[in-house]
Each structure stands twice: as structure tokens, then as C-alpha cells.
Design a protein around this ligand. Sequence first.
Ligand SMILES: C[N+](C)(C)CCCC[C@H](N)C(=O)O
Length: 288
Amino acid sequence: MPVEEFVAGWISGAVGLVLGHPFDTVKVRLQTQTTYRGIADCMVRIYRHESLLGFFKGMSFPIASIAVVNSVLFGVYSNTLLLLTATSHQERRLQTPSYMHIFLAGCTGGFLQAYCLAPFDLIKVRLQNQTEPRAQLGSPRPRYLGPMHCAASIFREEGPRGLFRGAWTLTLRDTPTVGIYFITYEGLCHQYTPEGQNPSSATVLVAGGFAGIASWVAATPLDVIKSRMQMDGLRRKVYRGVLDCMVSSVRQEGLGVFFRGLTINSARAFPVNAVTFLSYEYLLRWWG
Ligand SMILES: C[N+](C)(C)CCCC[C@H](N)C(=O)O
């Protein structure tokens, strides 16, 4: 089993993650809180009230967990393709696999990755949604003091299953959309690369960026629902399940609710995934 793919997936994911986290925080707030008037309003208010640090809330757990999450994503994808097509990463440049195989391998990667991601993603979303400025003397104490405290409190208050709140919606979101992610990436690389050669850095950047946007456009409706399910149960449980969450969100806010955070998410997805794929390709080439 090519281990390099797992390691390359991890490092490239971490680079992308730090770059995109401030955008991610704005997205999560827009999706789950109705007090912001738009992207600019949300950014200004985070900055004024919580300083630059406010944008980086909830980043430490994703950084710690990206090793597992992204190496599962890329490693499972690549190894599933190896099983389906009997070709390695390098050989695939000469012999492009069918889009069906790419899609299936992507879905498998997305499905398995979602379960590793779920608890970390939950803690990220809960911390990102805390609007209190960093602890100062006399200021109100936020509910969660940090990622470990957050994990422990969820465990205590909502039980071990509480840590997997929203996991099912996350799986529904990621299984098909990771398929779309890899199809877009491989398709664009194939289109703009002469037969048998490695794609140029520019091609990888653009293909990676568009893969990010395409998959996030497809993922946004379930992303909104996922974030809402994760915030549910904080005071009392509002939703009875995924479907109930969808129906009551649409009833209250209209169909537009499914596109909450789409603009900021796409703006984030391009650079994040361009850098992710570029470092992934470079690391794999470097290791031969
Ligand atoms: C979830 N979805 C399949 C849409 C995107 C997968 C891309 C993952 C990347 N780390 C990012 O955060 O953009």
C-alpha cells in the first residue's frame, strides 16, 4: 500500500487549512447565526469584538486531526483506484482511469473520511460559534474554554454519541461530493496536460481550485444543515432529525437557506484546494 499518499494528503491538507480557516469561521457564523447582514458585516464585527484572533477560533483541533482526516481522504482514494484499475499514481498519468472509477474511489474516500472528521468538525463548529472575546478579567466566560474542554463538556452533557452529532449529515454531504472533487480535479488536469506528462504547476493549481469550488457548490446545502445539526442541543433540542432540520429551515428562511455561506465558501475553496493539490502532487513526485 503506497504510504506516501497518506503522508502527502496530511501535509498538503494542513497547509490549505491554515490558509482557509478565517473564511471558514465567517461561513459557519453565516450559516448558523441570523444576526449578521452579510460577509462584510460579519467580518467587521468579528474583528471589532474579538480581534484578529476571533477568525482563528477552533483551529487547533482541525490542525491536529487533519493528519488523520486528509490522509484517509487521499490515501483511501488512491488505494481504491489502485484496487479498481491496478495502476499506481504515476502510471495513471499514462493510463487515465475511467471517470466512473475516479468517482467511486472519491466516494469511498469521502465516506470513510467523514467518520474520522465528524467529532473534530463538531468541536470546530461549536468553538467558531462562540462570540465572546478571549478571556479577559471581568468579561463573560464563554461556554467552552478550549477544544479539550469542549470535547469533555459535550461528552458529559450529551454522552459519547453527542460527539457524533451531525455525523450522518456530514457523511451524506461528503460521500458524493468528494467523488465530484476528484472527477473535477482529474478531468481538468487531463484536459490541459499533454498525453503521458505530469500536469504543470499552473494546471494543478487551477484544477485543484476548481475541484474545491465544484465540490463545495454541491456540498453547501447539506453543509448548512450539518452545521445546524451540530449546533442543535446546546440549550434544548430543536430538530428531530436531518429532514426536520431541512424542512423547518426552509419554512423559516426560504430556499435561499441552502446557499448560506456559498460565496465565502467558494472564495475559500479555490486557494485552499489549489494549495492542497499542488503540495500533494509535489510531495508525491519528490518521493518518486
Ligand atoms: C467537503 N467537500 C467534499 C465539499 C470538500 C472536500 C475538500 C476538502 C478540503 N480540505 C476543503 O476543506 O476544502
